[in-house]
Design a protein around this ligand. Structure first.
Ligand code: ADP
Ligand code: MG
Length: 696
């Protein structure tokens, strides 16, 4: 009975367990499909937003051109205003001239008037003179006639008396006149003679009077003639002043017309000014609205970009195999064969272990171009511009292609991810009309300052600074600030730097020189300078550069009125993002035994081993945390996150602020295709697979 009961119980338990398992797997499937759906939607949203973003950018640039137009029109307005001012001064001048002319006109008019009056009075006077002259002439004529008549009468009387006397004398002579009679006749003759003489003197007198009158008349005629000439002259003067008067009134009316023109122009230009001002105000408003919309869209774009990036994992491993060299043999199945199955999988076939797949975020075979390697880094540069810290690492044995991947070589196609990232960075900044902030130190100050005037001054600006340090054994050296020490052989040594604790928990390299770069080229020039300072120190396998870690840091500050930062200073005027981009060319990961190292080389190898395994531990702890936080179904019972062992090496301490947290990491795990490198390749592949891949 008991056994039957326990059998039933057992069966029921099993059935129950089966049911539970089925439900659990159903729930898991459902969750997975829900997750895919959400991601798909987020992707769609993102694409739509990107489209919207591009459209908005276009609108903004249109608005900017509009604004340019407006500024052009405001320029026109100011030009018009200048013109108006000029016209006004001209008008004032004209008015002054007008007043002057009016004055001189009225003066000449009154002069003319007085001249006319004078002329009139002279005319009157002349008229009087003429009548007087006529009277004189008449008088003279009368006197002449009177005299002539008197003369005639006297001559006639005298002739008659002479005749009578002659007759008397004749008779007396004839009749023997007496003496007495002769005396009488003599007396009478004398009296007559006297009378004739009197008459003759009176005639003379009247003739001389006539002569005087004649002279007087001639004088009067002369005066008259002079007066007439004078009148003619005055008439001429009058006519000429009439002409001037006419001209003056003409020019006055002209000036008045001019006044009208000026006023018209003034009116037109003030109308135009008003129109332009209104247009300007309208486009300013539009600009403001667009800017607000762009800010919102930028915020959403950043949020979605980050969501998408984080969903792919913030630590990514990219396996990259370099091409086979002439003197190398490819891997084969007897020693172990390495093949690329798809873009995520490397398959290793080995006689002992059989076929084993390794999965990564991405795998790049030996045909992959430098641009393909950069494609894996590009979204991270965008994240850096959005304010996230980014770390790009190259891991692998010496000669596997780390330096090639990070720096590459001079030719355009072979440029590594760092030069490409520099170009992309500046392209993005230039595309969005950002200008270089001229002084990095002040830019930093501006970020901390809350003064709005400073912030307005600094809006839409960025500064890029870089430093390059080398971590060799346990000491840090500045590759961009070489100090000459010692007198022997002119050798130069690099300045020694110290690691200091930062407030936020991370570490920073104290004393490393920072250099401003205002273009990609300037950044690359600094990179070349640093690279040439890397010490050449040959070991059996490679130079010292492969025995040290090289860290190139780009510090980025972007201040923008419409690009909110996720976790940096913000206020309503300005958003400031501060981020760091680290490019790390790690030391070769090969094992000590291979380099036949003794002494110093042994010490080097031990340091490298310590730092690389500390890096592996940090990355694997971070990746585990991430794995748990994205796969809730597998979440550990305790909500505790794994401890991240940053403090185990100097390397991980330096990288702390760029590994984990909000930071994004791409690790290139470089491998060689050579048969002799198989075991190193295997060790790199398993190092890379410490990062759990997040399935999409
Ligand atoms: P590491 O820095 O890991 O020691 P290097 O980057 O110096 O290795 O690479 C070793 C050699 O291989 C160099 O001559 C380099 O030009 C070449 N090389 C590495 N990767 C590639 C690649 N993907 N394509 C072509 N040549 C490569
Ligand atoms: Mg190298």
């Amino acid at each position: 009975m008991d056994t039957e009961r326990s059998l039933i119980e057992h069966r029921l338990e099993k059935q129950f367990e089966l049911q539970l398992r089925e439900e659990r797997s159903k729930a898991l499937r459902q969750m997975a499909s829900e997750k895919t759906e959400i991601l798909k939607r987020a992707n769609e949203d993102r694409q739509q937003l990107m489209l919207e973003n591009t459209r908005l950018r276009k609108e903004i640039s249109e608005a900017n051109t509009n604004r340019n137009d407006t500024s052009k029109s405001s320029k026109i307005v100011s030009q018009l205003e200048d013109q108006i001012r000029e016209l006004q001064t001209q008008l004032e001048l004209y008015e002054q001239r007008n007043i002057d002319l009016q004055e001189s006109l009225s003066k000449s008019q009154s002069e003319l008037e007085s001249q006319r009056e004078e002329l009139e009075s002279q005319r009157e006077e002349q008229k009087n003179n003429n009548t007087q002259l006529e009277l004189y002439q008449n008088d003279l004529e009368n006197v002449k006639i009177q005299f002539a008549a008197e003369k005639d009468i006297l001559l006639k009387n005298w002739a008659e008396e002479v005749q009578i006397l002659n007759q008397v004398i004749h008779i007396k002579i004839n009749d023997d006149e007496s003496d007495h009679k002769r005396n009488q006749r003599q007396t009478r003759e004398n009296e007559a003679m006297q009378h004739i003489q009197n008459l003759e003197s009176r005639l003379d007198e009247s003739e001389s009077q006539l002569e005087r009158s004649k002279q007087e008349f001639a004088q009067l005629e002369k005066i008259l003639f002079e007066k007439e000439v004078d009148i003619d002259k005055k008439q001429l003067l009058l006519e000429s002043s009439d002409l001037t008067f006419h001209q003056l009134s003409q020019s006055i009316s002209k000036i008045n017309n001019n006044d009208d023109d000026l006023e018209n122009l003034l009116f037109q230009s003030s109308k135009q000014t008003n129109i332009e001002r209104k247009r300007f105000e309208k486009s300013q408003k539009e600009n403001l609205i667009l800017r607000e919309r762009l800010t919102d869209e930028t915020r959403r774009r950043k949020y979605l970009h980050n969501l998408v990036e984080d969903s792919k994992g913030s630590i990514r491993v990219v396996i990259r195999m370099r091409p086979l060299m002439n003197n190398e043999k490819p891997t084969d199945e007897s020693s172990g064969k390495i093949e690329f199955k798809d873009e995520n999988t490397v398959v290793v076939t080995n006689q002992q272990t059989g076929t084993k797949p390794f999965e990564y975020f991405r795998v790049l075979d030996s045909y992959a171009a430098q641009s393909e390697a950069f494609d894996e880094v590009k979204p991270m540069i965008q994240s850096a511009l959005d304010g996230y810290n980014v770390c790009i690492l190259a891991y692998g044995q010496t000669g596997s292609g780390k330096t090639f991947t990070i720096y590459g070589s001079e030719s355009e196609d072979d440029l590594g991810v760092l030069p490409r990232a520099s170009r992309f960075l500046f392209e993005q900044l230039n595309k969005n009309n950002f200008v270089v902030y001229p002084d990095g130190a002040n830019h930093e100050m501006m970020v901390q300052s809350s003064s709005s005037s400073l912030q307005n001054h600094a809006s839409n600006t960025f500064s890029v600074k870089c430093s390059m340090v080398e971590l060799y054994l346990d000491s840090l050296h500045d590759l961009l600030d070489v100090v000459v020490v010692g007198h022997h052989s002119g050798s130069s040594s690099k300045k020694k730097l110290e690691l200091r604790q930062e407030q936020g928990g991370g570490c920073f390299v104290q004393g490393a020189s920072e250099h401003l770069a205002s273009s990609a080229q300037e950044l690359l020039d600094l990179l070349h300078r640093g690279n040439s300072n890397r010490q050449v120190h040959k070991t059996e396998m490679n130079d010292r550069s492969s025995r040290s870690h090289t860290i190139f840091t780009i510090s980025l500050i972007v201040a923008s009125p419409y690009a909110p930062a996720p976790n940096q200073n913000t206020n309503q005027n300005l958003y400031v993002t501060k981020s760091k981009l680290l490019f790390v060319d790690l030391a070769g990961s090969e094992r000590i035994s291979k380099s036949h190292s003794v002494g110093d080389r042994m010490k080097e190898a031990a340091h490298i081993n310590t730092s690389l395994s500390a890096l592996g531990d940090v990355i694997s702890a971070l990746s585990l945390n991430q794995f748990y936080s994205t796969n809730h179904s597998l979440k550990k019972k305790s909500n505790q996150q794994n401890h991240i062992p940053y403090r185990n090496s100097k390397l991980t301490q330096i990288l702390q602020s760029s590994l984990g947290g909000n930071a994004k990491t791409v690790m290139f795990a470089n491998i060689s295709p050579s048969r002799t490198s198989f075991s190193e390749t295997m060790s790199t592949l398993s190092f890379g697979s410490r990062v759990k891949r997040i399935q999409n």
